[in-house]
Design a binder for this molecule. Structure first.
Ligand code: NAD
Length: 545
């Protein structure tokens, strides 16, 4: 990259959250998206490995299928070989000097342009790929593949500017400067299937800060990941800054994580996989040039806790939206609920009635509230938990599955008498919400239960009209959730509004969509320049009267 000289303090365009399109009947945006859905369903792109800007066809193929119609192959992708991973590391290393030395505003311009392309010409494509490939309804796709990804790109630029502006004290005799260097080496970004925007954010947040990246996308989000990669290329991302490596996660990770140039890991996915990666890094500590930054956002067992003063309708809506949108496949999805006995009959009946109105089916039919779960493995896992629910708890609504054309699992409401039932403790990652009914008088005991039942601490919601109950619960549950919601559902974090992440087994809590995340991708150097250097080695105190 070469740039003309420029003097001046540049001011970036202010970041504003991307407005959500409604896709109402008869709207032009609905017509245009429907057309792209139809055309994409009849395409079958061949997705390459991308190393140093070169598209590599390895011939070892995988398939991306449609969860709603599992016989439909949406794309074929080339799997990276170990030599491609080595070449990607070399490409990242050779691109780093130029990219790191590019003025930060010029790096930022690439992502601002990417945001603008996504908001306009590429919006339908990314939405259609996310709907077809990951089985999101139009609304779930719009808030993820369009709005959240645009917000990540625009707000991260603003957060970078804020971070760079933080400088130490100087005075007339000296000037102190913090140089926010990128890390020395490459960052390995490994992304999950469930958010197209996380797919885009994990490689680009370190890249914005001057790092070069290896990106290993999830097999079950391959189509949207590929369109994201193409969008970044169209926005002017130089070759080698982000290298795209579809393929075997174990082989690719083994090669990348044991390389001496590994400088950081940016991961989102399950706790077990993250623990395994951390373990590999730990076992190889002697190899690295520096201490790799390890950032991972992982699983959850997110709770809804209603107090006896809560409004039953508000509780029921928070439960069904929080648990069932995107088939419960959000890390933040409500998965366990604690409802006081006095409210339970009303809350239960309202939930069951709402669930009866929610349609499930192919996401191309906009009347459906939910689609299929992501793949056969997820289908089988949900079926196992449903069998458990029928066996040792009470299924109040749903409970069925249908694998004939797609991986469909019904929204399911379960009541468990035992608060330590497996369904109350384990991450299910599907449309199953388990409720425990507590005695109104046992509020304090229930708070303890909520805090100690699962190893995770990602999101949670407390619903109460009594302010002191709300405040007390939020205090007792201070460490139980990285994103706590009061009188709301526990999903739907927006970049710039609710920085996202949890602690305990839910990750390192480096808050995607905030300055706190960007801090992890820089290694600051302090430079002190003295304007009047001392010329005498003696200090005044050395004198004697
Ligand atoms: P996953 O752990 O199966 O996969 C995540 C990524 O890791 C994928 O790219 C996958 O190919 C790769 N991977 C799989 N096995 C690996 C291995 N042995 N070594 C290295 N990489 C490996 O997760 P998923 O099913 O894609 O996503 C669901 C999980 O992600 C859930 O647990 C969910 O809670 C979590 N999640 C968390 C957040 C958050 O912000 N906390 C956000 C989204 C998803």
């Amino acid at each position: 990259m070469s740039f003309s000289a420029f003097d001046g303090t540049r001011r970036i365009p202010p970041a504003i959250n991307e407005p959500i399109r409604a896709y109402a009947p008869g709207s032009p945006e609905k017509k245009s998206l429907k057309a792209r859905l139809a055309s994409m369903a009849s395409e079958q792109p061949e997705i390459p490995v991308v190393v140093g800007g070169k598209h590599i066809h390895t011939g070892d193929m995988g398939e991306a299928t449609m969860p709603c119609v599992h016989s439909h192959v949406l794309a074929k992708y080339h799997k990276a070989r170990v030599e491609d991973v080595s070449a990607a590391i070399a490409a990242a290393e050779s691109a780093q000097r130029d990219w790191a030395n590019t003025r930060w505003e010029d790096r930022a311009a690439v992502f601002l342009r990417a945001a603008e392309l996504l908001a306009t010409t590429h919006r339908d494509t990314l939405n259609a790929a996310t709907m077809l490939g990951q089985s999101k309804t139009v609304f779930q796709s719009e808030i993820d593949a369009a709005c959240e990804m645009i917000d990540f790109w625009r707000f991260n630029v603003q957060f970078a500017q804020d971070l760079y502006a933080e400088q130490p004290i100087s005075n007339a005799t000296m000037w102190n400067q913090l140089d926010y260097r990128p890390l020395e080496g490459f960052v390995y970004a490994v992304t999950p299937f469930n958010f197209t925007a996380i797919g885009g954010n994990l490689p680009t947040a370190p890249a914005l800060m001057g790092n070069t990246v290896l990106w290993k996308p999830a097999a079950s989000a391959m189509l949207s990941a590929w369109y994201t990669m193409q969008l970044l290329e169209a926005a002017g991302l130089p070759p080698g800054v982000i290298n795209f490596l579809p393929g075997d996660p174990v082989m690719i990770s083994e090669r990348a994580l044991t390389d001496p140039a590994l400088a950081g890991v940016h991961f989102t996915g399950s706790t077990g996989v993250f623990n395994g990666m951390w373990d590999t890094i730990g076992r190889n500590m002697g190899r690295y040039r520096g201490y790799p930054r390890i950032v991972g956002e992982t699983g959850g067992k997110d709770f809804i806790l209603a107090h006896a003063s809560a409004d039953p309708q508000v509780v029921a809506v928070a439960m069904v939206r929080g648990a069932f949108e995107y088939q419960g496949q959000k890390c933040s999805a409500a998965s366990r609920a604690y409802i006081p006995r006095s409210l339970w009959p009303e809350v239960r009946d309202r939930c069951v009635a709402m669930m009866a109105d929610m349609r499930m089916g192919d996401v191309r039919d906009f009347r459906n509230f939910t689609g299929a779960v992501i793949d056969e493995k997820a289908f089988n896992r949900n079926a196992k938990y449903l069998a458990m629910a029928k066996d040792s708890a009470k299924v109040l609504a749903g409970g069925g599955t249908d694998r004939s054309t797609g991986w469909f699992v019904e929204n399911t409401l379960v009541e468990a008498t035992d608060p330590s039932h497996t369904l109350m403790c384990e991450e299910i990652f599907g449309p199953i919400l388990t409720c425990h009914v507590y005695d109104d008088a046992k509020w304090d005991e229930t708070l303890k239960l909520v805090d100690t039942t699962s190893p995770y601490a990602l999101t949670g919601a407390i619903l109460a009209q009594d302010r002191s109950a709300l405040h007390h619960a939020a205090t007792v549950l201070r460490q139980a959730a990285g994103n706590l919601y009061l009188n709301d559902k526990c999903t739907g974090a927006v970049v710039g509004q609710q920085p996202f992440g949890g602690a305990r087994a839910s990750g390192t809590n480096d808050k995607a969509g905030s300055k706190l995340n960007l801090v992890r991708w820089v290694s600051a150097r302090n430079i002190k320049e003295t304007f009047s250097p001392p010329t005498d080695w003696r200090y005044p105190f050395l004198g004697e009267e």
